[in-house]
Design a protein. Sequence first.
Lengths: 495, 520, 493
Amino acid sequence: MSFVQNFPFFSIIIAMFSGIVSSVISGKKARNLSLAAIAVTTCMSAAVLAFTWRTGESYTYMMGHFPAPWGNEIRAGVLEGLVALMFGVVMFISVMGGLDHTEKDVEPGKLNLFYIMIDLMLSSLLALVYTNDLFTAYVFVEINTIAGCGLIMIRQWGRSLSAAIRYMVMSSLGSGLFLIGLSLLYDVTGQLLMIPAKEAVAQIAASDTYVIPMLVILAVISVGLAIKSGLYPFHYWIPDTYAYATPTASAILSGLVSKGYIFLLIKILYRVMSPEHLMEGYTLDVLYWFGIAGMMMGSIHAIQEKDTGRMIAYSSVAQIGYIYMGIGLGTLGGTTAAIFHIFSHGATKALLFISAVGLYEASGGERDYLSLRGAGYRNPLAAIGFTVGAMSMVGFPMLSGFISKLLFATSAFENTGKLLPTLIALAVSTTLNAVYFLRLVISLYRPERKKVGGVRRDSWNLRLAVVCFILLNLVLGLFSQPIVRAIGQGLEMFD
Amino acid sequence: MYDLLMAVSVLLPILSGFLLLILNGPIKRGKHEREMEIGVEALVLVNSFLAAVLIAGTGGHSGNLVLFRLYGELTVMFRLDRMGSVFAGLVSFLWPLATLYAFEYMKHESRKPMFFAFYTMTYGVTMGVALAGNLVTMYLFYEMLTFVTLPLVLYPMTKEAARASRQYLYYSIGGAAFAFIGLVCVLSFSAIGTTEFTAGGMLNPDLAGQRKNLLLLVYVLAFFGFGVKAAIFPFHDWLPKASVAPTPVTALLHAVAVVKSGAFAVLRFTYFIYGTSFLRGTWAQWVVMGAALVTITFGSTMAAKEIHLKRRLAYSTVSNLSYILFGATVMTPWGLTAALIHMVAHAFMKICAFFCAGAVMHQTEKTYIHELNGLGRKMPVTFACFTVSGLSLMGIPLFAGFISKWNLAEAALSCGADAAAAGNPGAFMPYLGVGVILYSALMTGIYMMTVSVRAFFPSLVPGGAEEAAGKETGGKEPEATDPNWMMLVPLVTFVIVIIGIGLHSEPLMRILTLIGGEAG
Amino acid sequence: MIMLWAVFLPVLAGVLVLALKDMEGNRRVLTAAFTAVLTAEAALVILAVMRGGSVTLWRLTDTITLGFRIDRMGGLFAVLTSVIWLLAGIHSTAYMKHEHDERRFYGFYLIVVGVLSGLDFSADLITMYVFYEMMTLTSLPLVLHELTKEAVFAGLKYLFYSVAGAFLALFGIFFLANICGDLQFAAGGILTPEMAAGKEGILLFAVFAMIVGFGTKAGMFPLHGWLPAAHPVAPAPASAVLSGVITKAGVIAVIRVVYYVVGPAVIRGTWVQTVWMVLTLLTVFMGSVLAYREKVMKKRFAYSTVSQVSYVLFGLSLLQPAAFVGAISHVIFHSVIKDALFLFAGAVIVGTGWTRVEQLRGLGRIMPLTLAFYTLAALALIGIPPASGFVSKWYLAAGALASGTGVFSVAGPVVLLISALLTAGYLLPITIQGYFPGQDFDGREIEERNLAGKEPEPAMLIPIGILALASLLLGCFPGPILRLAQAIAETVF
């Protein structure tokens, strides 16, 4: 056993421990510790990726040495490594970019609390990525929920609080459904580890028994995770949550948290419910159509929205719709596209949130798009960042959004029945994206209506974050081939 | 060596534009403006020279120059072929003249460096569309074109301009989104695995045959997608609105570069991707042809109704662009030839008309047609040029417009005859098309000649003559005259070209027939 | 070479006149040069027609060449045009004294005659179309000349009707070029049934479009609306040539299409012929009625033109040799007569300023000789033997009866007869009221303005006289014209 194989476990533990340690140290130190933890785990993820890429196969890793069906297992393959790496990178840049704002928005005494939440969030995300058993997954889902709530609430402002409560309620509902699904599955199959569970599910499917219960399990788990990831129509908690948190929290919540659940869902779909089994049911179709509805409705809500933050948040609803549409295609290509879009959207949405913050700063803290007029001249870099993000969202070639659009569209050809709806939905949704994002971009470059007082230059770390996200976008847009190949390979390892 | 030259002629203007944006600060405040103008003009001239060398040197056949790989089989690649040469040659001929004109037109404006930066970048991007060797590259530059021309539409910074640019953007992006469907579909059905342009089409006949209706539907979607930039009905509305932009932009971009890129893309897609043998006689052909015909009718009728000079010309562009699209939808070698000749002819005619409108605005600040009474006496050269372009747009013989309409009509009639011989139910469409072209020619007569008549014979409105005379003697306003050489040189050049093509089109037609022959 | 001169000399001279601003002050030189060029033009045309021949001007594209070739038909029209142009031109040197912008008028007047010669000499349909369009554009300033609001509206109406007609015709040209390849004129037509195989329906439609399109210039219903508006607003000499000659450009275009490209056999007995006959008869009747009801003198003459030119077109639509002869001779006679009428109107307007018919009472006391010439021309137009109109109408009626077109062979002559009665009704009252103003006539105005016995000056009177006498004499000695027309008819049928 190679030393590298321990890394997934290590990285979860490191993140966990740094959270625990943070509770007893000062805010500044907690911040540094947190950054270090993210950096280290990201490097470890990279190492895991490199290792599994080289060996060409995945491995499982038992924690605590409980035997099946109760064990705690970690599994690492190319895909897990890649997702963890991406999550780490986005997280690091987000935290770094929001440093100053965090200090401003968060009460000084509670700074370490914020970083504890970040650490917990990191560990739970990594765990969701690596886990190979359903119960561990459930545990970290709950940790994730709590950390997310904390991140929202830490900015003690009326709307943040109400957003946090809403998030709490919706998330608990989602977790609850997920738990019910797990229990039912355990009841039916007697397994919680994914690999034996899959065998059991296959047997049940072959014997043609438990048809309804299996369908219910699938539905409940899907709906639970869909609520948690904000699939339309379960998206009510999203706009306020994303829009009113601190910049770091917004970027992380929108870019990563919901994606963790989606990845978990993909894992469950492919590693527990086998694809062949799925194809017969309607679950995928339901996800697909809800995804498309989300694409449309999210964008329509975003068009109606005047507040920039909420607008970007509604855009997330649409983008999550893309991902579910990809999953719903039920093909390898569709899932690949969905996972690539997780990356692409993570990088782009974080870029948008971070640069939007720069624009608010330059506009006296106002957030509606009329007040942002002329912000492009007051804060050029943030405006460029926002423009790049917007262009990526509408699928400008050379940026990441183009590649995900391309992948979705090409994969649609594998599923004849859904080909045309997919293609047309993509085109319409792109147009809608253009409407609300580029409307704002044009606004940014129009002369201001009134002189804006108190223009504050944003900090260097925010700028650095913007630059990093732009680069990340370009990398995903220009050098996507190896990444896509890795995703494909990783998905093959799922079986 | 020529292969590299392609990249240079695309990237040089783009990079120079960026440079100019960076130098924006120092040039502001009126300093170094002269130097900037000379620099920009020199650069544009050099680039046009390079393009000329490129076209002459390769004779319309260059190698492939792969810049980079976007994803999988999607490479960004340049290759000059004959059709690309025509478009590239057209653009590189017009750009220096339009730039010259723009200096004079923008004399009193602020934010000049920004304007010329994007103006120059657009040159490069348009060259990119012309030189693109495959669909992906063209799509890339097509999208880019939207973004580099956006600041130019937004340039006046008024509420109207913002609204126009928003609309322009939504339409263009929306169009590109549907064109994207075409791109993906082509990728899946390509016979060669890539999206490289191949004269006569490149779809895999076996695969394509199985899913013919799907492919046709996708063709229609992509046609409308690319057609948005060519202002096809019902996606035309951005074009008249976009005429709020400064005239050099309206003239060069919204009569030539941008809109012709749309038409060019449709031609590429029809003749070099799908191949006409696949499309000919199908329902898709009749659908897109119908759309083109509706646009022609609609555009020319609206132009006759419009009272704002630039918007009237813009509606005229709407209708004329669909002439090109109509040529494309004829789907025969001759159709391609006709579409290309109209592309060239219309470029000169419309840019000439727009520049005249711009000269009037620049000299007198008049924008509505009823304000033009009697101006022809004061600005004889300008309005003579306008009249020539009007006559040519009408399709009067001895001018360029006649040649293109002749070819369009003949191509359409042959197409209709073939379709009728094959017993195709859509055979009446090309015949109808000829009728539509003639109807539109009549409308052109109405909307162009009324302007000329008003300008030269001022008494069309009560008191018009007195008004014109009163201004001459009253002396309240400074006397309007013909503009200076920077505006007149382009105008007169265009007129010479219009008449030149009208009288002696054979050399050009020979090349275009060759293109039609190989791709149809 | 001579035919090139005949086309380009007036054009060049016209451009020169327009370009030389200094001539404005120097009327004498201007009119002298103007008259000289017109005379030279007439001579050149006659010479060119005698010499005949053909020439290729220019290759427009690889399939379209522009060229001239003089045949009998074109020669006939060209000579007619240039002679009438000369006479009206002489008249205009006197008339234009009372107008503004003389130089512009002369310039365009010269250019138009060159263009018309080109039209007549054209060797193929496309060359003809080129000159046809040029004719519309260059004659536009003549209509616009007065620059009143009415004139400009009339000018635009003229422009748009003409252009609409031309584009309608262009459809046919596109189609014929597509199936024939080459559109050189040849008597009897160049279209063979094989060429049109499978496309007969569209062919007929195209021919019909061309007849209606070119018929616009000849004032044929339904595109006649421009004519009564445009002709009267122009200066009288311009009205004269517009009405007398330029309408005939439409006629020759129709002749060229029907008899020299498509061939009469193709449309004989088809719906095209039927509809064409209906349209022309309708126009004949309608034009006469409107002329009868019109009170403004020049407008009345213009409506008369609408009616009379459709006599010609009716003759052509019968597709029958005798009717064809009648049509050709009516072209000549009507040109002569209508020019006399309009020049008369010009003389009256210059001499008295009267424009409405009821004002003309007692005109015989002012200009008895002029009124006598008018009466001659009027009688000729009505078709009273032995004046010229009788000859052509005789042939038209005879042709109609022999044409075997069923109801039309009878209906045609009847309509012609009714129209002739109406013609008498709208032309002769001027004579009668002029010479015999009646008991209640109040001659004070004539005395106050000291108008009695004031004939127009010779430059006006002589052309009117020549034309009026010609309208009589051509009727008495129609032999050469009829022989020529018959010779042409033999080639085309």
